[in-house]
Design a protein around this ligand. Structure first.
Ligand code: NI
Length: 174
């Protein structure tokens, strides 16, 4: 998810995949092992996220089709492996952007609160009750693991107009 924080990081280790890249439309696979390779991927994902800047980044956005995302909504860096949304409740409209669809944002309706479980980088189970921005960030990054993008939440004429804009910006003249 796009963020508003400033950063001192100049070089992103990864290139962020943009709309049109098939990896963004692929359901990501479970992570089998939390090992040194995964931890170094997480560090590079965090550096990439801060360089943009963003508040969340999912592994498929750097071309790695694994169920893993990183985030920082202002309280420091975190990573969640094999996340699952256990429950969701309420409804909240929030203007959302995405590092894979840069320069654009839309009001997106999603549940306001979610209960997310998964694993941290030590392999410990985690369970988080998330509200508002954190909940929104989790849902946005979970979408990436399913091959969904924020525009998939738009409907009717809004969706048609958004798709037209996105195709023109990222796929060129059709
Ligand atoms: Ni995104």
């Amino acid at each position: 998810m796009r963020g508003r924080f400033t950063t001192t990081e100049d070089d992103a280790p990864f290139d962020i995949r943009k709309f049109g890249d098939p990896v963004l439309r692929t359901k990501a696979a479970e992570v089998d092992n939390i090992d040194g390779t995964l931890i170094s991927v997480v560090e590079d994902m965090l550096d990439t996220m801060y360089a943009e800047p963003g508040i969340g980044l999912a592994a498929p956005q750097v071309g790695i089709s694994k169920r893993l995302f990183v985030y920082d909504i202002g309280d420091g860096p975190h990573a969640i492996v094999n996340p699952v949304v256990e429950e969701s409740d309420g409804e909240w409209v929030f203007e959302e952007g995405c590092l894979s669809v840069p320069g654009l944002s839309w009001d997106i309706v999603r549940p306001k609160e979610i209960h997310l479980t998964g694993y941290d980088l030590d392999g410990n189970e985690i369970s988080i009750e998330a509200d508002e921005l954190l909940s929104r960030c989790f849902q946005h990054e979970m979408d990436h693991l399913e091959g969904r993008l924020l525009i998939d939440h738009l409907e009717g004429d809004t969706r048609k107009a958004a798709m037209r804009t996105v195709r023109e910006m990222f796929l060129g003249p059709q």
